[in-house]
Design a protein around this ligand. Structure first.
Ligand code: WT7
Length: 649
């Protein structure tokens, strides 16, 4: 194999960086040798109402399983993101808001203003009967009110569950029912790339579905001004309830281990899991990783292009940046509207210094050529980041050379909804860069590789990625199903957290994430469980059976490939294909839209009836020569017909 390109640490960058190579070596060593001492020191970055004395209290051993960080400390996350900045940063911009429509003026919200907005909503929620521990669902576009809503929940101790605006009514209903939300905060409509998204109508449809009776109130933000159905007394206009509230709101005292939020994510089986994060460890970890990985400076203008519907938005638009007193940009739009220059125009308009996005966006923009990038200055940029999926070296180089003009280091940050914050990433003043490699573990993070039997692999190796010890940002449970938490993450390799990812460690000890090794598809950096798409398909009356796999996709990283067997007597047609694709979009949401739907008269199954996905993946990849052994199939002949059907597709 050819040696991958290595970009040594830029000395000019390192000279001003927070963390140098020596700092990293020394602190990493301490963080794993004496985690108590290390995380006690780092924990002091927050304002505690009661400072913690117990720092790390964790065990991955099944007989004594527990994860507690800063367990006797008390704090409030919104106080850490707002109140404590007022004396020194009250007039500093907390949020910059860039509308979908570039002709609308951008908005700037100071820490003082954000504090008032959060307090008013906190008071309104209390007035509507929301109490500490109650769940609140947030289904909003990427507008400042989404940030306000999250922090207002945190202020009164309510547990927020943000549902991405691209999810359909059934997905909203599932998430509301699972956590028993009392209240939903939504908007009349969302706007993305000029297209309207009927958020309120989706909520109305969701609340007609079974299991959603827990919802007493729907607060509706007036965003586009569209007319919506208001069902009194359930539905209330946000401004009518919130604007008249007092500007001060007593923050709830929260134990470090009290829940902060639930965020649903897809797994290899069943319905999405409610990943639960708690207050103290999460906030320490989100804020510290944000400061170190993005080499944060007081005058940075920081832009993460994620949506708050995903964990990246939670940790690196809201909690990390605001706990650090940073200026964060909130963008309502999409990369290619009105044209492929939009990201860079926004960078120039707001003099963005740190820019964090997903490989799928980079690949999509790369396809449009260099001209839309070169039409802009981008002189303010000093650091770039990626997240969500492996970045192919070609896209890395384009990002580095064309977008960053070879001046800005790229931090390729590997982490998961479950991990709360970044686990493997370069630190830009300390770590060399290799296109496609996430390089080194963050402080306190101990990755390891295991083979299928759980044996630890040493040195240069490829295997399944596990973590051998806890870190403060780790999820604590699957909401309402602690057994599923243990089963999913700790039973495969006892004593270790299993990530679901494969990885390689190279001769320098650098980490390369190779992708999911379970039945999760990573579409444009978003996780979709094959089981979810399958169950959406078989819920259609004409479908007898379905099998869904991922396949390589130039822009999305992975696409969704569905094999469908119809019930006897139904005939395959292009119209039915369209109907089934529309059905999946309606059941889950546009992000689960199958890219290919192939008719399958039969599916390759073992004699015990298990679908052999390995074979279906190879057929989807159009690599039938790599099918391998098919002799254990109950009916090997189905493979031939699937292969020829694929060729003709
Ligand atoms: C999965 C987690 C973490 C926020 C966004 C996604 C993949 C994430 C990288 C990266 C290679 C990556 C993994 C992981 N992933 N970042 N830098 N390089 N793969 O969060 O939806 O929980 O997905 O995304 O497969 O397990 P998520």
């Amino acid at each position: 194999m050819t040696q991958p390109a290595v970009h040594p640490v830029d000395p000019a960058f390192a000279a001003r960086a927070r963390i140098t190579r020596e700092d990293y070596r020394r602190d990493y060593e301490e963080s794993v040798r004496d985690p108590e001492r290390f995380w006690a020191r780092i924990g002091q970055r927050l304002d505690w109402m009661t400072p913690p004395t117990v720092i790390k209290d964790t065990s991955f051993e099944l007989a004594d399983f527990h994860i507690r960080w800063y367990a006797d400390g008390e704090l409030n996350a919104s106080v850490n993101c707002l109140d404590r900045h007022l004396a020194t940063r009250g007039d500093k911009t907390a949020l910059l808001f860039e509308h979908d429509d570039p002709t609308l003026p951008a908005e700037s919200i100071s820490y003082r203003e954000l504090h008032v907005r959060v307090c008013r909503l906190g008071n309104a929620l209390r007035a509507l009967g929301v109490r500490k521990g109650d769940r609140v669902t947030i289904y909003l576009p990427m507008i400042p009110d989404a940030v306000v809503a999250m922090l207002a929940c945190a202020r009164i101790g309510a547990v927020h569950s943000v549902v991405f605006g691209g999810f359909a009514p059934q997905s909203i209903a599932d998430r509301v029912a699972d956590c028993g939300s009392k209240l939903i905060i939504t908007a009349d409509e969302g706007l993305r790339g000029g297209k309207r998204i009927a958020l309120k109508a989706n909520v109305d449809a969701a609340l007609k579905l079974p299991g959603t009776n827990s919802v007493e109130t729907v607060l509706v933000v007036r965003h586009t001004g569209a007319a919506v159905d208001m069902q009194m007394p359930r539905d209330r206009w946000f401004d009518a309830v919130v604007d008249s509230q007092a500007d001060a709101c007593e923050p709830e005292r929260m134990n470090a281990e009290d829940p902060l939020f639930i965020l649903y994510t897809s797994g290899s089986t069943g319905k999405p899991k409610g990943v639960l994060h708690t207050t103290g460890g999460y906030l320490v970890y989100a804020s510290y990783t944000h400061e170190c990985v993005f080499d944060l400076r007081e005058d940075d203008v920081y832009w993460c292009t994620a949506d708050v519907g995903w964990v990246t938005g939670h940790s690196y638009i809201v909690y990390g940046p605001l706990a650090n007193g940073a200026t964060a940009l909130v963008f309502e739009g999409v990369p290619n509207f009105p044209d492929a220059s939009r990201f860079w125009q926004v960078v120039d308009r707001h003099k963005v210094t740190v820019f964090y996005t997903a490989p799928t966006a980079i690949r999509a923009l790369m396809r449009e050529g260099e001209e839309p990038v070169q039409a802009t200055s981008r002189a303010s940029l000093r650091l770039l980041g990626t997240v969500g999926e492996p970045i192919n070296p070609e896209a890395w180089r384009w990002y580095f050379e064309v977008v960053g003009e070879s001046r800005c280091p790229i931090v390729d940050t590997w982490w998961q909804t479950e991990t709360g914050g970044i686990l493997i990433s370069p630190l830009p003043g300390a770590t060399h860069l290799k296109p496609g490699s996430a390089t080194t573990p963050f402080f306190g993070v101990q990755p390891a590789l295991v083979d299928a039997n759980g044996h630890t692999l040493q040195g240069e190796a490829e295997g399944n990625l596990v973590l051998t010890d806890s870190w403060p940002g780790q999820m604590r449970t699957v909401y309402g199903d602690h057994g599923r938490f243990i089963d999913t993450y700790f039973r495969t390799y006892p004593g270790r957290y299993f990530t679901g990812d494969g990885a390689r460690r190279d001769a320098d000890g650098d980490w390369w994430i190779t992708g999911r090794v379970d039945d999760v598809i990573n579409v444009s950096g978003h996780r979709i469980g094959t089981a979810e798409v399958e169950s959406a398909l078989v819920s259609h009356p004409k479908v007898a059976e379905a099998a869904v796999v991922g396949f390589p996709h130039d822009i999305k990283g992975q696409g969704i490939y569905a094999y469908v067997t119809l019930v006897a007597g139904e005939t395959a047609s292009d119209d039915l294909r369209k109907e089934l694709v529309a059905h999946v979009r309606q059941e889950i949401g546009p992000i689960a839209t199958p890219d290919h739907l192939q008719w399958a008269p039969g599916l390759p199954k073992t004699r015990s009836g298990k679908i052999m996905r390995r074979i279906l993946r190879k057929i989807a990849e159009n690599a039938p020569e790599q099918l391998g052994d098919t002799s254990t199939l109950a009916d090997p002949s189905v493979v031939g017909s699937l292969v020829s059907e694929r060729r003709n597709a």
